[in-house]
Write a protein that binds this ligand. Structure first.
Ligand code: PLP
Length: 363
């Protein structure tokens, strides 16, 4: 059954209750989790979890788990498309944006190569190498932005060029005009994928609006990060319909989980959620980086919920010493062996990080 046939059949059914309404009386983000167990600032997850409205909707979603929730999925697509001035067929839902990324590597590389920044999110590299696809790794520039010129020069006709903006693990931004330059100068059939998993934490403009004029641009976003729903698995792929159809071959019009979809539907219309969480994350991140800088530690200029610290020596032993103190930080990227990634947790978690970091390092 095609996506559109399924959509029209679902349209014949009863409309589900409108769960996308936001309760302004309830706090948008639940309180700080209990201060037990290790501090987990290792996977760029959310210290807040789903918003209060999303939690409520997700509970109601359990009642709907006996049916395939296509109606909720179409409502989510429609809501997201309306918010971003897109057509519904320019948005596709995945059980996590990682899946969309893996499918993009499968769909667009084939005999052609993958070009990636280094260091960056490694899922596309792993997907490419598992299929024997050639990977060109291009070092970030001196500002830790993508080196667009070098990425263009890496291969005359790559299948896929991957950008991560803001970049994981550095948290740094690549100016939009550089991405526009890449789009203007890439080989005709090369697909450009802009992974915006962390865009909501930055004040940068998304590249979503560029898909209208660029048939080979795919943008990915996720509910795992600022929306606090990593455990519920929901990612979106945005591109022209013809490009998304090339992805659909692998996903077969799949549908996400009902609680997940309803949680996302409750989050999207909340106009305060993104700016409030963005500001709180920036406040805690910048205070942590300022504390590190005062003690002589250089950090990346992060615009998201993770940053890297230059330890001026091997990073891995520090990761291990912090773990012994009950603070789990991210790992070391082989190309940057002296740097470690730290995710931004809540205030209490970052205070525990400071105590442990001061204990295990000599500044
Ligand atoms: N893209 C980037 C840059 C990430 O860092 C991650 C997860 O950490 C993902 C995509 C995958 O996110 P998810 O599959 O949870 O949507």
């Amino acid at each position: 059954m095609t996506d559109m046939t399924r959509r029209s059949l679902v349209g014949l059914g009863m409309a589900l209750p409108l769960l996308g309404q936001v309760s302004w009386a309830a706090p948008r983000s639940p309180g700080t989790p209990a201060a037990t167990g290790p501090v987990r600032i290792n996977f760029n997850e959310s210290p807040w979890g789903p918003s209060s409205a999303a939690r409520q909707a997700m509970r109601e979603g359990i009642e709907q788990c006996g049916r395939y929730p296509y109606d909720a999925q179409y409502r989510l697509i429609d809501e997201f498309a309306a918010q971003n001035a897109l057509q519904a067929d320019q948005v596709q839902v995945f059980c996590g944006s990682k899946l969309a990324l893996q499918h993009a590597v499968m769909a667009f590389t084939g005999a052609n190569s993958l070009v990636v920044p280094e260091p960056s999110y490694e899922a596309p590299i792993e997907a490419a190498l598992s299929r024997g696809t050639k990977v060109h790794r291009v070092a970030l520039d001196r500002q830790h932005a993508h080196d667009i010129q070098a990425m263009l020069a890496a291969d005359q006709a790559p299948g896929l060029i991957y950008l991560c903006n803001p970049n994981n693990p550095t948290g740094t931004l690549t100016p939009r005009r550089h991405i526009e330059r890449l789009l203007a100068n890439k080989a005709k059939d090369s697909v450009v994928l802009v992974d915006e998993a962390y865009i909501h934490f930055s004040d940068a403009q998304s590249c979503i609006d560029l898909v209208k004029e660029h048939p080979e641009l795919l943008v990915l976003q996720t509910f795992s990060k600022l929306y606090g729903m990593a455990g519920a698995r929901l990612g979106l792929a945005i591109g022209q319909a013809s490009l998304l159809q090339r992805l659909e071959v692998y996903d077969g019009g799949n549908v996400a989980a009902a609680p997940t979809l309803l949680g996302a539907l409750a989050s999207l219309p909340d106009r305060q959620l993104v700016p409030e969480r963005n500001a709180e994350n920036a406040r805690v991140r910048d205070a942590t980086i300022a504390w590190l800088n005062q003690r002589g530690w250089r950090c990346t200029a992060s615009q998201t919920n993770c940053f890297m610290i230059d330890l001026r020596g091997p990073g891995q032993p520090v990761v291990e010493r912090l773990a012994k103190e009950g603070v789990l930080i991210g790992r070391v990227w082989p190309s940057w062996p002296n740097w470690v990634r730290v995710s931004v947790g809540n205030e209490r978690e970052m205070l525990r990080f400071r105590e442990a970091f001061a204990k295990v390092t000599v500044s």
